[in-house]
Design a protein around this ligand. Sequence first.
Ligand SMILES: NC(=O)c1ccc[n+]([C@@H]2O[C@H](COP(=O)([O-])OP(=O)(O)OC[C@H]3O[C@@H](n4cnc5c(N)ncnc54)[C@H](O)[C@@H]3O)[C@@H](O)[C@H]2O)c1
Length: 266
Amino acid sequence: MGDRLKEKVAIVTGAGSVGPGWGNGKATAVLFAREGASVLAADINPDAAQETAAIIDQEGGNCTPHEADVSHSDEVERMVERCLEIYGRVDILHNNVGIVDLGGCVEASEESWDRVMNVNLKSMFLTCKFVLPHMERQGKGVIVNISSVASSRWLGVPYVSYSASKGAVNQLTQSVALQYAAKNIRANAILPGFMHTPMVTKSLADFYAAGDVEKMVEIRDCSCPMGKMGDAWDVAHAALFLASDEAKYITGTELVVDGGLTCKAA
Ligand SMILES: NC(=O)c1ccc[n+]([C@@H]2O[C@H](COP(=O)([O-])OP(=O)(O)OC[C@H]3O[C@@H](n4cnc5c(N)ncnc54)[C@H](O)[C@@H]3O)[C@@H](O)[C@H]2O)c1
């Protein structure tokens, strides 16, 4: 166990994974706990949150699983209250939840647009709404928002709601960072590139390779400058740095974790 987040309390949203293996939020929750944080692992899927909590528990860390749909105001308010009841404070808010729905403006339904915006963007507005007053009272806090390189680049996949929601996440991050900079509350975004996580396996195999997961992995690996996709731990380590005091003078920034993908597409 390390001590980079010793005595800190973190809320990680989407701390489970939509399938076997490591999603970004799951890896981040486990890494935060390995570095000494107490973690409230929130997920819409209680079994997924429980699985992450069990891993942390087995490793000797401290984690409470919590079921919440972070696109709903009352559930977010309850999530923050639960964290305060159990741990007494919130030092780190890690906004990891994000979903993908394929389609451009013509193909995607209005309902799909609203759903992606609610889950990817409104959720971060809501978590900030309920966490910031406590961070302000504490005189300190850190927010890490998971965006995507799709927020600023066309990546060959038509998912207009996803790209637009992530672009807005970048701006939400800057707005929070600047409004709260003088109050010792930092906010930064991480922009992952092509990462090999369960969400990709579940949501994008049809688009890339008619459902053939191996083929999809091959295609995505080939398009990365380093010859392969990143993984959830790459995102988790970036989040750990931004959440730790090592990043105490970093706020309002966008940390790209993409193996050079955006340079290639520049
Ligand atoms: N995988 C990639 O290539 C990639 C690239 C760029 C950005 N990202 C971003 O990383 C984040 C995590 O992605 P991942 O690939 O690890 O996903 P994942 O699907 O493995 O994990 C996401 C978790 O969020 C949970 N979740 C979904 N909707 C929720 C809701 N409304 N409330 C609470 N929990 C909810 C799911 O149950 C799941 O456990 C997302 O924001 C995604 O946009 C991923």
